[in-house]
Design a protein around this ligand. Structure first.
Ligand code: XMP
Length: 506
């Protein structure tokens, strides 16, 4: 399958370039800047990302790109553009002031295929300190802005383009069009990458890879593991066994509801209710990290014990997705992150790993789920932390507190759904404070728990803002929670953003 290679020089928006290219129906891989896969016959073009560095700095990333230039069409974005200029003898200088935000294009070269359909005055987004102040020989201006003369340039003969602005961010209004011009018009992408084609090829590959092997998969009710399960089920049917462990810290009725969903989809799933074991292991523990460790450790124990009951298993499948695996460089050039979704697996594990979603971004996982006929409520649900409600009960977790929190959370989430607010929110839930406060109900004095509601907007959980919920909604749920949930007499709303706070309280 045709693909674009995105060489990552450490910009915060590199993943976004990848997502935009995929949205254009073209497969792409994001690789560290010095790992270009020379000789890969599927490559049709290369994008050089931005970077926090200056090209003329001693520690700048200046890899040998002789396997790239003059072999493939190249688009450099921000640092990528500066690197092109620097490599071909142009001048890059610190512009004195860092320029962030909106700029308008002028002098757009209508002969330049990268700018086909892009209008004079089109808004683009800048984020840079350095600028290209003199173009290398053989390069031509393609567009300017008020403050940046060489905002875009190209070398028609060598098929090299550089843009100082960031077409991958939504604030660059015609950014998707520009990337489309590169990927389709210049590189010749046939737009083969679709959810349906992914399902078809992946099912075929899984059948070849797994043969008659038996597969187990840990299910959490979350989007990734659920889609992985349905995809694998399509490939190997009942030779896939899903194991869904209830640690007693799920949402109200979630264990039963999710199991029912899985069974409706025809999955072969074992539901293990280990609530009592988890809750007793958490007795007297109030340190957040210890809670996480206890839950994680016990989870693997319970999972392994169930897995051992299934004879002849040779594969362990996981719902690892692409952002879990993208390696990134820190600015000294060392790989700092290389997370794999295999944390906690025994070192001596005999099972082979199978990760059918490992090339997909989150929105693609959802599209694949839709293509597999999965219901929207499974695919568009809010994220939920692995340790569940335990990280929303600061202090000791007790069965009584879990019951109270489940009831509060249930009213909140059901109301968000019924009032059409759920889909505009990234994540919502409730926190049970280890605090009692005085209240009055009827003629009685009460001394009960205070709960906090939290609802945030976000696009990746790295940053988040508190959601502004309508006043009428706030009034209704506060009343309903206090009237219906025994043990609660006060409802607060968390108005902290991330940073400096986090989404969860622990
Ligand atoms: P924070 O609280 O760090 O959360 O802003 C960011 C996102 O990560 C989720 N989260 C977790 N997910 N295990 C998980 O599987 C955890 O221990 C954990 N802690 C936080 C959180 O729900 C949010 O979506």
């Amino acid at each position: 399958m045709q693909k674009i290679i995105i060489l990552d020089f450490g910009s915060q928006t590199t993943q976004l370039i990848g997502r935009r290219v995929r949205e254009l129906g073209t497969f792409c891989e994001i690789l560290p800047y010095d790992r270009f896969p020379a000789g890969d016959p599927d490559v049709i073009g290369v994008i050089l990302s931005g970077s926090p560095l200056s090209v003329y700095a001693d520690d700048a990333f200046r890899p040998d790109l002789s396997a790239v230039f003059d072999r493939y069409p190249v688009l450099g974005i921000c640092y990528g553009a500066q690197l092109i200029s620097y490599s071909f003898g142009g001048r890059v200088e610190n512009s004195g002031t860092r320029e962030y935000g909106r700029a308008l294009l002028s002098e757009v070269d209508s002969d330049c295929p990268l700018f086909r359909g892009i209008e004079q005055g089109s808004q683009v987004w800048m984020s840079h300190g350095d600028s290209v102040t003199a173009l290398p020989e053989g390069f031509r201006l393609a567009a300017s802005t008020d403050t940046v003369r060489n905002a875009a340039f190209w070398n028609p003969g060598r098929k090299i383009w550089g843009v100082q602005f960031h077409p991958e961010v939504v604030h660059s209004v015609q950014g998707a069009q520009l990337l489309g011009n590169f990927v389709s018009g210049i590189c010749g992408s046939r737009g083969e990458w679709t959810a349906d084609s992914f399902v078809e090829t992946t099912v075929r590959q899984l059948r070849e890879e797994l043969g008659d092997g038996k597969v187990i998969l840990g299910l959490s009710g979350g989007v990734d593991s659920s889609v992985a399960a349905v995809l694998l089920n399509r490939a190997v049917g009942d030779r896939l066994t899903g194991i869904f462990v209830n640690h007693g810290l799920l949402r109200k009725n979630e264990f039963g509801d999710v199991l029912a969903d899985y069974r409706k989809l025809g999955l072969n799933v074992i539901g293990v209710d280990a609530s009592a074991r988890f809750l007793s292991a958490l007795e007297g523990v109030d340190d957040p990290e210890r809670k996480r460790k206890i839950i994680g450790g016990l989870f693997i124990e319970v999972f392994n014990a169930e897995a051992a009951k299934i004879p002849g298993v040779s594969y362990l499948a996981q719902g690892t997705i692409y952002p879990d695996r993208i390696e990134s460089h820190n600015i000294t050039g060392k790989v700092i992150k290389s997370h794999h979704n295999v944390g906690g697996l025994p070192k001596d594990m005999k099972l082979k790993l199978c990760e059918p979603l490992k090339w997909l971004f989150k929105d693609e996982v959802r599209a694949v789920g839709l293509s597999l006929g999965m219901p929207r409520h499974m695919l568009f649900r809010h994220p939920f932390p692995g340790p569940g409600l335990a990280v929303r009960i600061p202090g000791e977790v007790t069965p009584e507190k879990v019951r109270i929190l489940q009831d509060v959370d249930d009213i909140f989430i059901r109301s968000l759904r019924s009032e059409g607010l759920y889909d505009d929110i990234w994540q919502a839930g409730a926190i049970l404070l280890p605090v009692r406060s005085v209240g009055v109900m009827g003629d009685e004095r009460t001394y009960d728990y205070a709960v906090v509601l939290r609802a945030v907007t976000s696009s990746d959980a790295m940053t988040a803002d508190w959601a502004f919920l309508p006043e009428g909604f706030m009034r209704r749920i506060s009343n309903e929670i206090i009237n219906k949930v025994r043990g609660v007499n006060r409802v607060c709303y968390d108005i902290s953003s991330k940073p400096p706070s986090t989404i969860e309280w622990e």
